[in-house]
Design a protein around this ligand. Structure first.
Ligand code: PLP
Length: 478
């Protein structure tokens, strides 16, 4: 394929959009410019390939296809069947999974599908059986009460939010926290690492129906063999949410005890983070859960998004190529180089480093909150996000941490030398920013001072760092 084809495809698409609503075409163009110019260190973001992006922008978006491959509630789904089956096949092959369900629209949806599959599989509930075979309109008020009573108050044990767990693992602001009686395991205060003996102790005490592994902000490998053993010892279902590190599993950087797929009963993921696919979710599971997982639509999801399933098929095919394994290893090499660069310059890192794609900096060492550090870095062209650190005194809004990740910059082709330069730029900003005060003289958690000339200088240096690694080099919209 000629490089010109990508340019022509996107330029033509914008021309077509511009003829209807030029402001949307302009915004799409401006987004490309912004993404090209910023040093993106958001651990959950990436840059999908042009093929993946193009697979999403077409008439598959117009099709309803409730049901599963070959068993649809709508006519004319043969082409949707093709892409859904392809995406599932690539997912099974890539991850060595017995079953793959590629319909979830996002990570939260994938988790809800998994939770309901486990509830339906594990909880003896005549009311649920009735609900699954009858149309909802046929269920009486008493049926609904019975359903709630039978399914309610089931227990989930997951990683605590401030240790790096995710909202969807049973926390109050999310529906999972309302569905489940949740308890969490944290990390060892001295090392920042998961203490598996403590997890086992919590599981013995709490006896969860579901033991959840996986995280959004834990910079280390997790031993899923041990997690499964703990789950088995208390009769829990072992579920792993690999949304963040799916690309490292796909690229065979996480193997053996660190690959969740052979160990967990059920694995969920997003497809858009380190896996570098379209925005979406996916569930992989062992055969005994497959039927329940496939009921995701209509139990949790509306109609699947065939255009996104097409893009998932493309991205998963890309992830099966040998160069994806090289990419995945580089993500980790880059994260480690960034961590070393920061440590050498005096940063305090949660767990003292990383063995995955992310680094969690405790910015209290610079006298800053996460909020102040995030904004000061943003002023300087460095895009990160604030994040709690374990036992965070500043709570989830201001936080004491900054989470940085390397999947996106690695896609652009930056390497370990550039990671050291990135550490230098971050060090300059963080050491030159000072916390501000409120009008009454009390310390502010949001205000800060950073010399704008210095911020501009760092932003220019960040742009220089990116210049040899253009984003989507084949695409020229001018
Ligand atoms: N699970 C984990 C571990 C995540 O980090 C995230 C998103 O950040 C999600 C689930 C939710 O994904 P989505 O935003 O696609 O719903």
């Amino acid at each position: 394929m000629s490089r010109n084809a990508e340019s022509t495809a996107f330029r033509s698409a914008l021309e077509v959009i511009r003829a209807v609503e030029p402001r949307v075409a302009d915004a799409i163009g401006a987004e490309l410019t912004d993404q090209r110019e910023s040093l993106k260190l958001i651990a959950s973001e990436n840059y999908a390939s042009p093929a993946t992006l193009l697979a999403m922008g077409n008439w598959f978006s117009d099709k309803y296809a409730e049901g599963t491959v070959g068993r649809r509630f709508y006519a004319g789904c043969q082409n949707v069947d093709t892409v859904e089956a392809l995406a599932a096949e690539h997912a099974r092959e890539l991850f060595g999974a017995a079953h793959a369900y590629v319909q979830p629209h996002s990570g939260i949806d994938a988790n809800l599908v998994a939770f309901w599959a486990v509830l339906a599989d594990r909880v003896e509930s005549p009311a649920l059986k009735k609900a699954q075979v009858r149309h909802v309109n046929d269920l009486t008020e008493a049926d609904w009460f019975a359903l709630r009573r039978e399914l309610g108050n089931q227990r989930m044990l997951g990683m605590s939010l401030d240790a790096g767990g995710h909202l969807t693992h049973g926390f109050r602001p999310n529906i999972s926290g309302k569905m489940f009686d949740q308890r969490s395991y944290g990390t060892d205060p001295a090392t920042g690492l998961i203490d598996y003996d403590r997890v086992a102790e919590a599981a013995r005490e709490f006896k969860p129906l579901i033991l959840v592994g996986g995280y959004s902000a834990y910079p280390r490998k997790v031993n899923f063999r041990i997690l499964r053993e703990i789950a088995d010892s208390v009769g829990a279902t072992c579920m792993v949410d690999m949304a963040h590190f799916a690309g490292l599993v796909a690229g065979k950087v996480f193997t053996g005890d660190f690959d969740p797929v052979p160990h967990a009963h059920i694995v969920t993921t997003t497809t858009h983070k380190s896996l570098r696919g379209p925005r979406g979710g996916m569930v992989l599971c062992q055969p005994e859960l497959a039927d329940q997982v496939d009921r995701g639509c209509p139990m949790v999801l509306g109609g699947p998004l065939p255009h996104v399933m097409a893009a998932k098929a493309v991205a998963l095919a890309e992830a099966r190529r040998p160069d994806f394994a090289v990419y995945a290893q580089r993500i980790v090499d880059n994260a480690q180089a960034l961590a070393e660069g920061l440590l050498r310059r005096g940063a305090k890192l949660v767990t003292g480093g990383t063995d995955n794609h992310l680094v969690l900096i405790d910015v209290s060492g610079y006298g800053l909150t996460g909020r102040q550090a995030e904004q000061a870095l943003l002023d300087s062209g460095i895009v990160t996000n604030r994040n709690s650190v374990p036992q965070d005194p500043n709570g989830a809004w201001y936080t004491s941490g900054i989470r940085v990740g390397t999947p996106a910059l690695t896609t652009r082709g930056l390497g370990t030398a550039e990671m050291d330069q990135t550490a230098e730029l971050m060090h300059t900003v963080l050491t030159q920013t000072t916390a501000g005060a409120n009008a009454d003289g009390t310390p502010s958690k949001a205000k800060y001072t950073l010399d704008p000339a210095l911020a501009d200088k760092v932003a220019r240096q960040a742009t220089d760092l990116l210049a040899p690694h253009p984003l989507y080099p084949a695409i020229d919209l001018t």
